[in-house]
Design a protein around this ligand. Sequence first.
Ligand SMILES: [Fe+2]
Length: 613
Amino acid sequence: MLTLAFYPSLELSSHDLNLALVKNNKVLYSYEEQKLSKTQSKEAKYFPERSFIDCLNLTKFDPKKIDKFCLVGPNKLDNLIKNLLWSSKKYLLAKVNSVCPHHRAHTAYSVLTSNFNQCIFWTLDAGGEDNNYGEFGIFENGKFRFLHKILNPSLPKFYFHITGACGFSDFEEGKIMGLSGYGKFRIDLYKKFEKLFSFDNFGNVHYHEDNTYQASEIDLSKYDPNFYRPFKAIKYLNRNTSKELKSITAGYLPQDIAKTAQILCENYAILSLKKMIKKYNIQTKNIALGGGLFLNILVNKKIREELNFNINVPPGVNDMCLAIGGALWTNYRLNKKKKEFFSKNYFFSPYQGPFFKNNEIKKELMQFNLNFKFLEKNNLYKNAAKDIAKGKVIGWFQGRAEIGPRALGARSVLADPRNKKSKDKVNLLLKKRDWFMPYAPSILEDDAQYYLKNYCFSPYMNIAFDVKEDIKSKIPSAIHVDGTSRAHIVKKILNKDFYLLINHFKKITGISCILNTSFNKHGLPIVSTPRDAIIYLLEGMIDLLYIGNFKVFLKLPNNKLYSKIRTDDQAQKNKLSIQYMNLLIKNKEKKNINSIVRRYFKNSKLIKKTFLK
Ligand SMILES: [Fe+2]
C-alpha cells in the first residue's frame, strides 16, 4: 500500500504544512513545506507543493501508482473542504480518497513510529480541525483501543495564553520553557492558576478558557519586512492574551510567570495521567505521546521520571510531521495482518527529507567566490572535529535532511561544548535569539550514560535530562541554567556521518559530545538547499561549512564581532527585569511597577530611586 498524505492549509489550520509518502509502514519521504518555501506559517498556502515536487524527484515514484491520497486534518471530506481543495490545487487534490482526522494522525504517528507492542497513547494540543483537543487509549497486539476523546481546551491552550502574558508571540511557547529556568516558583501565583482548571470524570484536565482576548501594544521593533514570520508581526496587532490571565499575572516578572506555569503544566500532566491510568486500570509502562504539549521536554522528563514510563515522542510531535501519521494510519487501517505491520527493534529514522549529491553541491559552490576542497569521508570527519575543537563554529550539511524543528546532525550548526563562550558565539553570529534560550549537545550513544542522569535512548531531542555533576563543568555551553540538557543521543545506524564526526572529536578532546543547534537564523526555517547553507557562510554566520564531501571556507577569515561575546547570565537576567519594567512604564501600569519593585527589588536603592517616582 503506497499512500501520499498531506497536511494542507485549510480554514482552521494555517501552519506547519507537510507531506509524507509511506509504503506500508516504511516512510519513503517526509518534509515540512516551510523549510523549502523559507517562510514560516501563513505564507505557505494551501498545499505543500514544493515538498511534493522534491518527493517526486528524490523517490522517483510514479504518481499513478499511489493507492491512497490522504487528507490530514478534518473528520470527513465534506463539501466545504472539497471546495477549499478545489479552489487551491484541483489537479491533485481532486484525487483525495482517504481522510485522517488531526488527532488520529497524532496518535498513529506516535504509536506506529515506536517499537512498543503495547502502550498507552495520549495526544494533547491547542485544538485541531477535527474539533478535538486530544485522545487517549491503549495499543495492544496490533490493535488500537480508543478510550476517550478530549473535547475541551487543556494545558496547551493555557500555555499558549501564558506565552502571550509573558510578552511573546504565537508559536513562541518554547521560549517559556527556556525562560522558566531563570525564574522562581511563586506559590501565590500557582494557586491563582489552579482556579482556572478542573478535572473531568475521565481524568482530563480542563482549562476554563477565557475568551476575552486583549490587544497588546504594537512593538515596532519586532517589525522587519525581511523577517519571514508573519505571526510574529501580524499577531502583535491582536495578540491572543487572555484578559483574565493577564490580570492574574500582572505584578510578576515574566521569568517567574514562566516558571510557575511550567511547573503547573508538569504537575497537571502527571495528575491527569495518573487519573486516567487508574480509571482504566492500565498496567503497561510504555507511553506514546503526540501533539504540541509534548514539545515540552520538561513535561516529558517528568512523565518518564515520576511515572517510570518508557516514552516515545517522535520528531516534530506538534503538527510539523502530521502527514506521516495520516499516511501510517491509512496503511494500517487497510492492512489485514495488523501485527505484521510492525517490526521489533525498530528505530524510526528522522532523516526523511531532501538529499543532494556531491555533483549538485559542487555546481552550487562554483557559483561563488569561495575556497573549497574535496575530502574523503574519514578526512572530512577529522578536519571538522579539529576545527570544532579549535573553537570554530561550523555548518554541517550531510545526507538526507531531518524532519521536525530540531537539528539532528543533518542540517546542524556545531560548536565546542567545552567552551562557555560557544553558546554566545553561536548566538552572536547566527541565532540572535533570546539570551535565555539554551543550546543542546549531541552525545554518542555509547557514552551517554556517563553524561546524563536517568539515561534513556532519545534520538529526537524531545526529552530533558539532568546532567551528571562531574560533567557540568566539562560541557558548560550545552547545559541550561537549571542543570538540564535537551540531549540528542546519536546512534550509528541512524546517522553514521554524525556519529563518526563526534567520535573523532572524542579522540581529540576526550569529550563524547558536540554542541548542536539547528542550521537557521532566528525566525527562519532550517536551511534546505546547498545554496541556503552557502549564503550563511558568505554572511559570516558560520566560520566553515562542511557540505557533502566538501570543506568550504571564506577567502578572508570571518572576524565578525567576536570581541562582543558575553557570558554574564546574571547581568542579562537583571536586564530582562528592567526591560520588563520599562515596558510597564510605557504601558502606564504604575500599580504593577510598584508591586514588582516591592516584591523583587526592595533592597536596591538604585532600582527604587529609578522606578518609584
Ligand atoms: Fe495538533
